[in-house]
Write a protein that binds this ligand. Sequence first.
Ligand SMILES: Cc1ncc(COP(=O)(O)O)c(C=O)c1O
Length: 464
Amino acid sequence: MKTTTRTAVKNGAPAAGGAQGSGVAGPRSLELFTEEQGYFTPGLQQIAIFSQLVMDKGRGALLYDVDGKEYVDFVAGVCVAAIGHGHPGYAQAIAEQVANIHVGSFTTRNRVEFCRRLMRHTPKGLDRVQLYSGGAESVEAAFRLAKSHTQGFEFVGFWGGFHGKTGGVLPLLGDTSFKQGLGPLMPGTYSSPFPDPYRCPLGTVGKHDCAAHCLEFLRSMIRRATTGKLAAIIVEPIQGTAGNIIPPAGFLPGLREVAHEFGGLLIADEMITGFGRTGKWFGCLHEDVRPDIITVGKGMGGGFPVTGLIARSEIAGAKPFANPSGSSSSYGGNPLASAACNAAMRIVEEEGLVENSRVIGERILARLRKMQERFPFMGDVRGRGLLIGVEMIKDPKTKERLGPVSCRRIFDEGLRRGLITMAYSPVIRINPPLNITAEQADRGLDILEETFAAVSRTPDFGKC
Ligand SMILES: Cc1ncc(COP(=O)(O)O)c(C=O)c1O
């Protein structure tokens, strides 16, 4: 019989891969976490490894671990749990569908209803959708469509960008830690600087503002580095993984111009920014930009693994993408996925969650900006709707980022007080469920403020 080696993970001790635990997990969590560590490869999401928690259930923006401790959720499974946890209407819709039919690519009532709903909110002219089951998969499908339409084969992304980890998108990852050592990467892909207003990657030079300078760089780069066969430029309207970074006004419309100038398309990767997260249905609507293709996922299905692309009709018919079975996949848009999308979108509409995102987002931003006066290590506070970033720095002059030990202290201390947050990174991303209440948001912020005050009193905070 095959045996698996399992060493008990002691509270706060390192798990597989050497990551230190938070010390917050109770005995029931630790027992299950330890067993799972004996089976799983290292490389789980940091929040799971660092916390060592096992979640039992969730209600709205609150989570409960198997030891009965309650947490305010400022992460929402990295923007996936748009309608929160344990929504009864969502559970019922999925249960009904699974009891009737759950497999197959035939049209279902839920799929048609979802399409009807979706087309009420997409930017003008984007009226064709195809569904998939993973984010990277839908971005790769968008690339296939862009190639089919333009006959080009080159793609440009941005420093700090994130579009998944599969072969076709890996070269476009702006964070080298995901791709280092995995070369050679797919040829024909290029990366250009993204205008982060807090730290312009090109520096603010002469008369240029950051966005204009990055656009100029991009034009030059396409002229000099590519073979002149641009298929598409892909951009996140707000860079999520890089730290919820909002580009200056004018950058997204400028990108559309550049893409078309060189015969390519503009793909907006709205996996994070779509479906109300930023206080509008889509992130590109803040600047009235009409991309040629939008990729979607995460919040769209409320947690069910469903993603997709939305395209203009003139583009969507391009072959081979549009050949029978050319754009489809095994699970994309199956009855369960469609039931999840339809239910999640209905809930967002009926409960006014796009507006809630805008209102509570402004409330959180205002409070964080007040906290910034108290804590000099809060270097930059930015956000749109419930997509908020806080840059944690050592020194306001140099803007050097806070070190990993100080960050982990914030994460662990926040967790101990009942806050789930991505504070283990020097760019804290705050993106709770869209149905978080004002009271829950305030409670989460009270914990964050108390945590900042406590850790800033520890002797070497800011130096490590
Ligand atoms: C903007 C964006 N695109 C694509 C992806 C990839 O999604 P998946 O992890 O489902 O492949 C992500 C994941 O975080 C993302 O944030």
